[in-house]
Write a protein that binds this ligand. Structure first.
Ligand code: 13P
Length: 620
């Protein structure tokens, strides 16, 4: 078992959730709100208070849960049997203020220089974590020790507080075997783990991470500590760089405040994740822009909103509600979705229709730019609808002719992914082999053009829900279509790590008298995907296809419960996300806020359905 001696400060973190009511704040003449918080007997305006150990104690906990023999220099603190034991230790208090979902922290007392005590046994690693306040004296003591104990490695966290221009920090950087940095390094090194706002990189590997949808109030500081200690622990145990990053991400994304995960739990969590590690070059650039985009689109916990109804589809939608189908109403309708508060927490991308991509948000910015600024990737529907095969009622999708030119324009406008839908209806004579092979060939041509234009293709073969067929028939047809599709994609040498599949869930047709239960849908969908989708695909997203709003969510939950899968899996609904908002809006912008709320409720419900729920729709 490797041993790691942590050098850092244990803090006592007091989390204060602030009451959001306006009268608890004072407003100055510039309209800026201030909270007067005094650390004496004043009555404070908070409504919950959690106090936990933070700083170096987090490093200790993470490393101990990795099975590493870890201790903190100069303190008797230990982590034993899942408990942090800290008697008679010196701590600095940090107050972490949380208002809504924002947190910031303040340290009322002076920060204390970290102290060092020469260990009795030479550890395998010394780890100066981000809680360490490094004085020149501390740096010299550690470097002196390392001179005597040559086999001991040094890991150093370089954060905002470590001044890289001072000679003692420079000396540590030079000696370090591993540097973990959350800020850019002034000098290039080749042994650093970079923790960015949305990514972790190490040795030519990159994973994206996110904290959205976490109910726990973890500060970025403690998340960085968790990530850093996880990477160090994994590397000390001899794990591969990519695996170390995945373990770190899983720990950051799934840990609770003051309770990180055991190595065995994390290993289960990442079992099928390896494809999601990207390869990056020496400059930290992704080897491929499309792989990068696809990984971002498949950010765990988020979905993709389909708002790309073509003229005909939106016309039908509006007509049933008596809403005038003109450009202004179509703009106003889309504007509701794109301006919904917190959209970026629930969706990674939005698929637009050509007309919408050229329209502007309320603030006068093009929707494409507006979405980008919110951190949502704009995508574009590029197929041009369905036409009949000659002498047949089956259809193929058109739009390949000028596709490269259009893709170039869309890329220049800011679109980074595209969608192309092929539809297969089930009758006594369809889908035929001809319709399947022709549509899959077209999908592969489309995917090829997209990747040439640095645009991620979403390939969408849809077995139409509206039909009279059994779930067994769906298993057969969807499997057959997917086999053909991936054969065609391979022929065209499509890079699957930069490609996303959008597909129907596997269920009985809408006209069957007995509808599939969520448990059946979850099981059948998981089975078909596992048997027919290659492991190196970037991700799988589902269309809702005319399922009811709640059905689409319940079935998604059931699919989630049948995971984990080799690829990320999420929702990309149009109707099941939009319909309640359309009902609320009814073409009247006075109802826009109610519509936004209705939409947000679906976003919350569906992102919740991406989390495994023990008691819902288990595999039998
Ligand atoms: P539905 O979720 O309404 O099926 O739409 C998804 C989509 O993009 C169909 O092409």
């Amino acid at each position: 078992m490797p041993s790691i001696l942590i050098v850092g400060n244990i803090t006592k973190d007091v989390y204060l959730r602030l009451d959001n009511r306006i009268n608890n704040f004072e407003t100055d003449q510039n309209g800026v709100k201030w909270l007067d918080i005094a650390f004496d007997n004043t009555r404070h305006h908070y409504y919950s208070r959690v106090s936990i150990y933070g700083g170096a104690s987090i490093s200790l906990e993470v490393l101990s849960r990795f099975g590493i023999n870890a201790s903190i220099s100069g303190t008797p603190a230990t982590f034993l049997d899942g408990q942090f034991i800290a008697k008679d230790i010196h701590t600095t208090y940090r107050y972490i203020l949380c208002q809504d979902e924002n947190t910031s922290h303040l340290v009322p007392s002076d920060e204390v220089y970290t102290s060092w005590q020469v260990p009795e046994n030479n550890p395998d690693w010394i780890y100066l974590d981000s809680s360490a306040v490094i004085s020149p004296k501390l740096a010299t003591e550690i470097l002196d020790f390392l001179n005597l104990s040559r086999n001991t490695k040094l890991a150093l966290f370089v954060g905002r507080h470590a001044n890289q221009n001072t000679s003692h920090i420079q000396a540590l950087i030079e000696r370090a075997n591993l540097i973990i940095n959350s800020v850019p390094l002034e000098k290039t090194v080749n042994n650093n783990v970079y923790i960015g706002n949305d990514r972790i990189e190490y040795q030519g590997r990159r994973v994206f991470w996110t904290l959205s949808n976490k109910r726990d109030i973890l500060t970025r500081l403690s998340v960085h500590l968790t990530i850093a200690a996880s990477v160090l622990g994994a590397l000390a145990l001899g794990k591969e760089p990519g695996e170390a990053l995945l373990l770190a991400r899983a720990n950051a994304e799934n840990s609770k405040l003051s309770s990180t995960l055991n190595l065995s739990t994390l290993e289960k969590n990442i079992a099928d994740d390896y494809y999601r590690v990207q390869k990056i070059n020496e400059k930290g650039e992704s080897m491929s822009e499309i792989e990068n985009t696809a990984a971002k689109l498949m950010t765990p916990g988020k979905g993709i909103l389909a708002a790309d109804e073509s003229g005909g589809s939106i016309h039908k939608k509006f007509e049933t509600m008596g809403i005038p189908d003109d450009e202004q109403h179509r703009r106003d309708y889309r504007n509701i979705f794109f301006t919904t508060p917190d959209l970026e927490k629930y969706v990674s991308g939005v698929i637009l229709f050509d007309e919408t991509a050229r329209q502007t948000a309320d603030n006068g910015k093009l929707f494409v730019d507006y979405l980008q600024e919110r951190g949502v990737i704009p995508g574009i529907k590029v197929d041009q609808g369905l036409v009949n095969f000659e002498n047949s009622d089956e259809k193929y999708t058109q739009g390949l002719d000028d596709l490269p030119t259009r893709l170039k324009e869309y890329y220049d406008m800011g679109a980074r992914f595209a969608k192309w839908r092929a539809a297969f209806e089930v009758t006594d004579h369809s889908p035929s082999n001809l319709a399947i092979s022709k549509n899959c060939e077209i999908l592969a041509n489309y995917a090829h053009d997209c990747q040439n234009a640095n645009i991620v293709p979403i390939v969408e073969p849809e077995l139409v829900y509206d039909g009279n067929y059994s779930i067994e028939q769906n298993i057969e047809y969807t499997g057959k279509i997917l086999d053909c599709l991936f054969d065609e994609l391979e022929k065209k040498q499509i890079n699957l790590a930069g490609c996303i599949l959008k597909v129907n869930m596997v269920l009985a047709g809408k006209q069957q008298s007995i509808q599939s239960t969520p448990a059946e849908v979850g099981r059948a969908t998981a089975q078909v995907l596992r048997e027919h989708v290659p492991r190196n695909l970037a991700g799988v997203v589902f269309l809702s296809g005319g399922q009811s709003v709640t059905q689409a969510t319940e079935n998604l939950q059931a699919v989630t419960n049948n995971g984990p899968f080799p690829w990320a899996v999420t929702f990309s609904y149009a109707r099941a996300l939009q319909d309640p908002a359309l009902q609320a809006w009814r073409g009247d912008n006075n109802n826009a806020d109610a519509a936004r709320e209705a939409f947000k409720a679906r976003l919350i419900a569906n992102t919740e359905a991406l989390k495994v729920k023990q008691d819902a729709y288990q595999t039998e």
